[in-house]
Design a protein around this ligand. Structure first.
Ligand code: BGC
Length: 752
């Protein structure tokens, strides 16, 4: 008996002429690429589709080879920065711009967004991902897909799933319990699949609970297609397939890049080891992808300046003002001041990470040039590199910087991570800035009291050791090709910072919940921290952090008020709150909605983000933030039930400026989902008694027994002591219960 591929792909007529025209060998050939960056053409029936990275700009290789250099394209800020904007409309525009460039460069599918959860700040690819939180990842990822596909170009949601580390990434098994998968690692994929219908999904390199993602039938067919209704194509990450036949049987349609194993597929069908329908279904999905992208709007070019401006807008909106004591920032460019710009990053920006997402930019701004351009005639600017980006620490550079600082009224100190510490294929081992930079800050701060640190890094760095030496810290992340100009916009106050953290900044690496498990050993990375990743852990256990999830300051201030919780249907609510700009400058505020679960002993995170809105407000102006909640926002995944479960009760609704700055609290009540668990002999006495029908039936049965036991008369202490005993243990003459009677009671309870 061969393995089967399950259902036929939706929307595809399996007897279509095109498909029927193809021999088994031709169909099999469609299920692997033609070159490293294209699918295969078959006669004049199917053309080769071009696939290019992604996600924050196009890496369209100059030729078909795997490691070829790429042609210039706009380098938008990577997801760490665009995610920190909390502005899906902006990310949607980036998606549309990337699609326009894809179209002009003959690309059919953009390999992004990457929406893996930032489980640990050490992950070498965190710069490519949006958040430690699935809601942020879902909304921002969906926006990118929407934008790309608005022009008919395909998006590719990756890396499906639980690809949260680079160490041993092609073999490691992410060992995760199902509830954690359903509540943390899968929801962003689920949301994007359900809401935006991405053309493609990329199966990750790693294994999940022992089974390669690319060969995981549960993941690729049961969850992705059958539960979520995915109607697109699943391709492998580059080199992620280990067993071609098993992958096809599991629901993987396209192996990338090709490895010359198409013959294995036809042989497996001929020998009855693989259902031919699996091959036909995969080939049909390749045809369907072509059908979809052939409807794309095609352009010959794009507006290079406009895309550069969009990149600048995104970099500006994604930078986060972590601290700003005594309002050190912004600096008035028209003032009579001496400003020392220190740090090589001001002149040589770090603007993206390393690896497959690396874009050849169309141009590159740096902050030093941009600051000089924007400075008024009275502002005196000096520059000193302070440190070199490569080689050993250079005392001479540090001395020169300190001398400049001693002469200055204010120092803008550009610090950051070296390029090699943030790359695909490798995780970090610490979260510290290079020692020479921390020492430079110390010396500069001793020479000048007013120091603003500007950071360039794609994943969290620890600030605890040094931030007291800085009056202000602006986290610029990796700003893309226009990041330098964006930083000047913020430092000189042309715009107010409005980014917020999509990941917590811990005090120490040791505080990170996955610290003892990451990156694992012996081919396994046990997700022992479960659902308690990021603020889900810190806030549940009140662990102090340097900066909490959702934090970010502005040059203005905001007040919150007038919370309204309106029930709009069964398990449906609208939450509204008014936010007012109480300062004297224009600003934008990211208003966050959390649902909190107050339990004596936590069985779930203390609160979870369920909505956010970014409001732009003039001084004195107010606006209403509005959020919708559904039953799913209160639900948890019950493995016993094999589905989501809403418990009856009262939940707290929190509206705030960060996960630790909750400004408003309200309540909502739900009767639950009304679904009672199925009863069996293994169900405990307590579960039987709590069951809306089973409890009554059991009571009646016990009362009818000759030795009549009335449970309501039993001492409550006794009853609670035995409540956890499975009902099957009570069989025997005393209560007159038999296994058959329990089965009959269970069936009767189920029937009503
Ligand atoms: C990466 C993917 C990328 C692919 C093609 C892989 O190594 O994991 O994110 O899309 O290469 O470059």
């Amino acid at each position: 008996m061969g393995v089967t591929a399950g259902t036929s792909p939706k929307g595809i007529d399996m007897t279509s002429d095109q498909l029927a025209n193809l021999s088994l060998a031709e169909q099999a050939s469609l299920t692997s690429g033609g070159t490293a960056w294209t699918t295969k053409a078959v006669r004049d029936v199917v053309r080769a589709l071009r696939l290019s990275d992604g996600p924050h700009g196009l890496r369209r290789p100059q030729d078909g080879s795997l490691l070829s250099a790429s042609v210039p394209a706009t380098c938008f800020p990577p997801a760490v920065t665009s995610g920190s904007t909390w502005d899906p409309e902006l990310v949607r525009r980036i998606g549309a711009a990337v699609a326009r460039e894809a179209s002009a460069l003959g690309v059919d599918v953009v390999l992004g967004p990457g929406i893996n959860i930032k489980r640990s700040p050490l992950c070498g690819r965190n710069f490519e991902y949006f958040s430690e939180d699935p809601h942020v990842s879902a909304v921002m990822g969906a926006a990118l897909v929407d934008g790309v596909q608005s022009l008919g170009i395909g998006a590719c949601v990756k890396h499906f799933a639980v690809n949260n580390q680079e160490t041993d990434r092609m073999r490691v098994s992410a060992d995760v319990d199902e509830r954690t998968l359903r509540e943390l690692y899968l929801p962003a994929f689920e949301h994007i699949v359900r809401e935006t219908r991405p053309y493609t999904v990329m199966a990750a390199y790693n294994r999940i609970n022992g089974v390669y993602a690319s060969e995981n039938r549960w993941l690729l067919t049961q969850v992705l297609r059958q539960e979520w209704g995915f109607d697109g194509l699943v391709m492998s990450d580059w080199g992620a397939v280990n067993d071609r036949v098993a992958a096809l049987a599991a629901g993987l349609d396209l192996q990338m890049p090709p490895d010359g194993t198409d013959r294995q597929v036809t042989a497996a069908v001929e020998e009855g080891r693989l259902d031919r329908a699996a091959v036909t279904a995969a080939a049909a999905r390749v045809l369907r992808l072509q059908e979809r992208v052939d409807r794309a709007r095609r352009f010959d070019d794009w507006d290079v300046d406009a895309h550069h401006e969009l990149a600048r807008e995104a970099a500006r909106a994604g930078a986060i003002l972590l601290k700003n004591d005594d309002g050190l920032l912004p600096i008035d460019p028209a003032a009579r001041l001496k400003v020392a710009v220190v740090g090589e990053f001001a002149r040589t920006p770090r603007y993206q990470g390393h690896g497959s997402s690396r874009v050849t930019p169309t141009r590159l701004d740096n902050a030093w040039d941009a600051l000089r351009r924007a400075a008024g005639p009275e502002l005196e600017l000096t520059f000193s590199p302070g440190f070199a980006l490569t080689g050993p620490p250079d005392a001479r550079l540090a001395e020169e910087a300190v001398a400049h600082a001693a002469e200055a009224d204010v120092v803008l100190l550009f610090l950051g991570l070296p390029e090699e510490s943030e790359t695909e294929g490798q995780d970090r081992t610490d979260i510290d800035l290079p020692r020479c930079q921390v020492e430079l800050l110390r010396s500069v701060a001793a020479a000048c009291r007013k120091v603003a640190v500007v950071l360039a890094n794609g994943a969290v760095v620890s600030v605890s050791e040094w931030q007291d030496d800085a009056q202000a810290v602006l986290e610029g992340w990796l700003g893309g090709q226009a990041g330098g100009a964006a930083l000047a916009d913020l430092l000189f106050g042309a715009h107010s910072p409005s980014g917020k953290l999509t990941e917590s900044i811990p005090l120490r690496l040791q505080d990170v919940p996955s610290y003892l498990h990451f990156p694992g050993q012996d081919g396994h990375t046990v997700h022992g921290e479960g659902r308690y990743v990021g603020y889900r852990y810190y806030d549940t256990l009140d662990v102090p952090v340097a900066y909490p999830f959702g934090h970010g300051l502005s040059y203005t201030t905001f007040s919150y008020g007038d919370l309204q919780v309106e029930q709009t249907g069964e398990n449906a609510w609208t939450i509204r709150a008014t936010v007012t700009n109480t300062g004297s400058r224009h600003g934008e505020e990211v208003v966050q909605l959390y649902v909190a679960f107050d339990e004596p002993h936590p069985t779930r995170p203390r609160h979870e983000l369920r909505g956010f809105a970014k409001l732009a407000l003039e001084p004195g102006a107010s606006a209403r933030a509005e959020f919708r909640l559904t039953g799913r926002d209160l639900a948890w995944y019950s493995t016993k039930r094999g589905g989501w479960r809403i418990d009856p009760g009262t939940f707290t609704v929190e509206v705030g400026a960060s996960s630790r700055d909750i400004r408003l609290r309200g309540e909502l009540s739900t009767p639950g989902d009304g679904i009672a668990d199925e009863l069996t002999g293994a169900s405990s006495l307590g579960e039987w008694l709590d069951h809306p029908v089973g409890g009554k039936l059991l009571r009646e049965r016990l009362t009818a027994h000759p030795g009549a036991v009335k449970l309501d008369d039993v001492d409550p202490l006794v009853l609670s002591a035995v409540a956890q005993i499975p009902l099957a243990k009570f069989t025997g003459p005393v209560l007159g219960l038999t296994a058959e009677a329990i089965t009959a009671l269970a069936a009767a309870a189920q029937a009503r």
